[in-house]
Design a protein around this ligand. Structure first.
Ligand SMILES: [Zn+2]
Ligand SMILES: [Zn+2]
Length: 242
């Protein structure tokens, strides 16, 4: 888009967070990237609700990214007056989100709810797509083997890593031309996420662009170390303009 866009994280926490809500990103107040099971409470903290969200995009099917979709669906159908937000899905997720995750909660034949399309306007997106003038480029990541997951390049100036193991080539490829990089982090090594020590190995010009997200509640224990290496922190409910 020609003008500035506003990014605001509903949360910046990991799956297990109890204080910082799940790592769900709101763009220009009505586009929501991922919808974890803390999203509704985070919106309520701001005097908002799922009726204020017009577009959703889902990066992958862990509950900190889709666990709020059932409430979003029911709220919009039964509380907000049969609203149908647009649900943007990469093709691999469009096939599995209903059958693999949401069907048991949302299916209600007697009420005419047979599928995801009865709650949302489904938009199956390609590698690049646009929502209300904001352009998005899908960047598939290596998170859980055999499970689709992606990050996003937003409007050619923001690189949002999504959930991913450390992949320095990917950070360089998509982060070098970005104004800012929002990158997930964990404070230990191993598993399916990126360790702070791994991010420390990136060149300084990339580290200086990285705002950390999707972190544990003990982040303050690592604050000094990370900031001395050039990183900053995305914080929940703070608006960032890019
Ligand atoms: Zn995940
Ligand atoms: Zn996650």
């Amino acid at each position: 888009m020609a003008g500035k866009m506003e990014l605001q994280f509903l949360g910046v926490g990991s799956f297990f967070t109890k204080t910082d809500y799940h790592n769900n990103l709101c763009i220009n107040s009505n586009i929501l990237i991922d919808c974890g099971f803390t999203a509704a409470r985070s919106l309520r903290d701001q005097g908002r609700n799922f009726g204020d969200i017009d577009h959703l995009f889902i990066t992958h099917t862990h509950a900190d990214h889709i666990g709020g979709l059932e409430e979003c669906a029911f709220f919009n159908r039964y509380v907000a007056g049969e609203r149908k937000p647009k649900l943007n899905l990469p093709a691999p997720l469009a096939d599995q989100l209903w059958e693999g995750s949401l069907r048991n909660g949302l299916q209600d034949e007697a009420a005419g709810a047979h599928g995801l399309e009865d709650y949302f306007d489904i938009v199956v997106v390609q590698d690049t797509f646009e929502i209300e003038g904001v352009s998005f480029r899908v960047v598939p990541t290596n998170h859980v083997t055999d499970k689709f997951c992606c990050g996003l390049v937003i409007d050619d100036r923001v690189y949002f890593s999504g959930d991913t193991r450390f992949d320095p080539d990917m950070v360089s490829e998509h982060g070098s031309s970005a104004d800012v990089i929002y990158h997930e982090v964990q404070f230990f090594e191993g598993g399916i996420h990126t360790g702070l020590a791994e991010l420390m190995t990136l060149p300084e010009e990339l580290r200086n662009k990285i705002s950390l997200m999707h972190y544990g509640d003990n982040w303050v224990d690592f604050q000094t170390e990370a900031e001395e290496a050039g990183f900053s922190w995305a914080r929940r409910h703070v608006s960032y303009t890019h």
